[in-house]
Design a protein around this ligand. Structure first.
Ligand SMILES: [Zn+2]
Length: 144
C-alpha cells in the first residue's frame, strides 16, 4: 500500500498585490522582474506604487532573467526562529545582496545553508527559487 506524504510548508508565504504581482509572477517562472522608474530611470525595489527616488508613478518592469548573481552587502544571523517554519534551519542568514550586473539593486533574502563561517560581507551568491507552494516560488540565495 502506498502511503501518501504531504510536506506542509510552514513559513509565511508572501502575498501578491497590485504593486508586486509582476515580481511574484516572474518568481513563479524562476525569473527576476524589477520595477524601474520611467522618469528618473532608477530601479525601484522592493516594488511599490511610486518611485522611491523621485515619486513618479510612471513605473515599468524589467526582466533580468534567471541568472542572478551578487554579493552580500550586509547580513544578520538569526539563531532563533522568529517565525514558524524556520526552527530546523538555524542559524538563518538573512542578507541584503547587491546584484553583480545591476549594482543599484539590492534584494533581501536568506542565504540557504549559510552560517557565520561561510557568509561575510562580499560573499558571492546566486539567486535560486524555492517552491513554497504549487503556485508560489520564493527567491533566496545560495553560495556560489
Ligand atoms: Zn523615479
Amino acid at each position: 500500500m502506498k502511503e501518501e506524504t504531504k510536506v506542509i510548508y510552514e513559513k509565511p508565504i508572501p502575498l501578491k498585490n497590485t504593486y508586486n504581482a509582476p515580481y511574484w509572477d516572474a518568481a513563479d517562472r524562476h525569473e527576476l522582474n524589477v520595477q524601474k522608474c520611467n522618469t528618473c530611470s532608477n530601479y525601484n525595489h522592493p516594488p511599490g506604487p511610486s518611485c522611491a527616488n523621485c515619486g513618479s508613478i510612471d513605473l515599468i518592469w524589467e526582466n533580468l532573467g534567471s541568472t542572478i548573481t551578487g554579493e552580500v552587502y550586509t547580513y544578520i544571523v538569526s539563531n532563533r526562529p522568529f517565525l514558524p517554519g524556520f526552527q530546523n534551519e538555524l542559524p538563518t542568514v538573512i542578507a541584503v545582496v547587491q546584484l553583480e550586473e545591476y549594482p543599484d539593486i539590492k534584494i533581501i533574502g536568506n542565504v540557504l545553508h549559510g552560517n557565520t563561517e561561510t557568509v561575510s560581507i562580499g560573499t558571492k551568491v546566486k539567486m535560486v527559487w524555492i517552491e513554497a507552494t504549487e503556485e508560489r516560488a520564493i527567491p533566496q540565495w545560495v553560495l556560489v
